[in-house]
Design a protein around this ligand. Structure first.
Ligand SMILES: Nc1ccn([C@@H]2O[C@H](COP(=O)(O)OP(=O)(O)OP(=O)(O)O)[C@@H](O)[C@H]2O)c(=O)n1
Ligand SMILES: C[C@](O)(CO)[C@H](O)COP(=O)(O)O
Length: 243
C-alpha cells in the first residue's frame, strides 16, 4: 500500500478503457494500438498512470479477444501497477462498469486509453480535488461558440459560453459511489457518454479541475499528427512526463 500522499487521503486505482473499435479513426483496428512516436497509444497512457504516485493499481479494459495483447503491452512497457486485464462491453459505459468490478482501491479514476497525453501532475490534481470534494473531472474551457440544434440541422439556442467546459478524463470518484451510480443507470436504462453524468443524474456534485488542451482524445485521423506535435513540443520544453 503506497504512502498516503499530501492532500490525497485515499488510495487510487485507475480503470483504463481500451475496448473501443475506433470507427471514427477509420484505421480498421483499435486505435489504442496505433503508433504514437513509435509506441502504441495505450503505452503512453499507461506510463502516465504508472508514473503518478497517487495511483496504486491499474485495470485495463480491453476489447474482447485483445486481453492478451493488452497484457503483453503492459509487460513490455514495465507497467508494474497492473492488477487485471478484463474484457469490455458494447458501449464505453459497459466497459467502465466491467473495469470497476475488478478495482479494489477506495478511489476510482476512469480514463480513456485514447487520451495518451495526460500527465501524472494532471492525474494527481484530479485525485486531490476528488478527495476533497467527492468527485472531480478534468476539463477545459470551451473556445468555440457552441450551438444547440433541433436535430434537423437548425440552430435552436446558444448556451452561455463562459459556463461551458469540454470535459476530459481522468474523472475521479469514490469507487463504491461510482459503482452504485453505474448499477442504478443499468437498472433504469440510463445511457451516459462519461461517468460524471451518472452522478449528475443523481444530483451529486462533480468538481471541475482545469486541465490543458493537450489532453486530447485521439478520435479522428487528424488527432494523431496533432498528438505527435504536442509530444515534440513537450519534449522540447523539457516537460516530458512531469508536465
Ligand atoms: N465499448 C467501448 C467504447 C469505447 N471504449 C473506450 O472509451 C474511450 C473513448 O471512446 P472513443 O474515443 O469513442 O473510442 P471508440 O469507441 O474506439 O471510437 P469510435 O466511437 O470512433 O468507434 C476509448 O479509449 C475507447 O477504447 C471502451 O473501452 N469500450
Ligand atoms: C469520456 C469522454 O472522453 C469525455 O469527453 C467522452 O465522453 C468519450 O466519448 P466517446 O464518444 O466514448 O469517445
Amino acid at each position: 500500500m503506497p504512502r498516503r500522499k499530501e492532500g490525497v487521503d485515499m488510495d487510487w486505482g485507475a480503470v483504463i478503457v481500451a475496448a473501443g473499435s475506433g470507427k471514427r479513426m477509420g484505421a480498421g483496428m483499435n486505435k489504442a494500438y496505433l503508433p504514437l512516436e513509435g509506441r502504441p497509444v495505450l503505452a503512453h497512457t499507461l506510463e502516465a498512470f504508472e508514473a503518478c504516485e497517487a495511483v496504486s493499481e491499474i485495470v485495463i479494459v480491453a476489447a474482447a479477444g485483445e486481453e492478451a495483447k493488452a497484457e503483453a503491452l503492459a509487460r513490455e512497457f514495465g507497467i508494474r501497477k497492473l492488477t487485471a486485464v478484463i474484457a469490455g462491453g458494447a458501449e464505453r459505459q459497459d466497459s467502465v462498469y466491467a473495469g470497476l468490478a475488478a478495482l479494489r482501491a477506495e478511489g476510482a479514476l476512469v480514463h480513456d486509453a485514447a487520451r495518451p497525453l495526460v500527465t501524472p501532475a494532471r492525474i494527481a490534481a484530479c485525485c486531490v480535488a476528488a478527495a476533497a470534494q467527492g468527485a472531480a473531472a478534468l476539463a477545459v474551457p470551451v473556445k468555440d461558440t457552441i450551438k444547440l440544434s433541433d436535430g434537423a440541422g437548425m440552430i435552436v439556442s446558444t448556451p452561455e459560453r463562459s459556463l461551458l467546459w469540454a470535459v476530459q478524463t481522468p474523472q475521479a470518484f469514490r469507487r463504491a459511489e461510482l459503482m452504485d451510480a453505474h448499477e442504478r443507470a443499468r437498472r433504469e436504462g440510463a445511457a451516459a457518454t462519461d461517468d460524471a453524468m451518472l452522478l449528475e443524474r443523481l444530483g451529486r456534485k462533480v468538481a471541475i479541475v482545469e486541465s490543458d488542451y493537450a489532453n486530447l482524445k485521439i478520435t479522428t485521423p487528424e488527432d494523431l499528427p496533432i498528438a505527435e506535435l504536442l509530444l515534440a513540443r513537450r519534449r522540447r520544453d523539457g516537460l516530458e512526463r512531469n508536465g
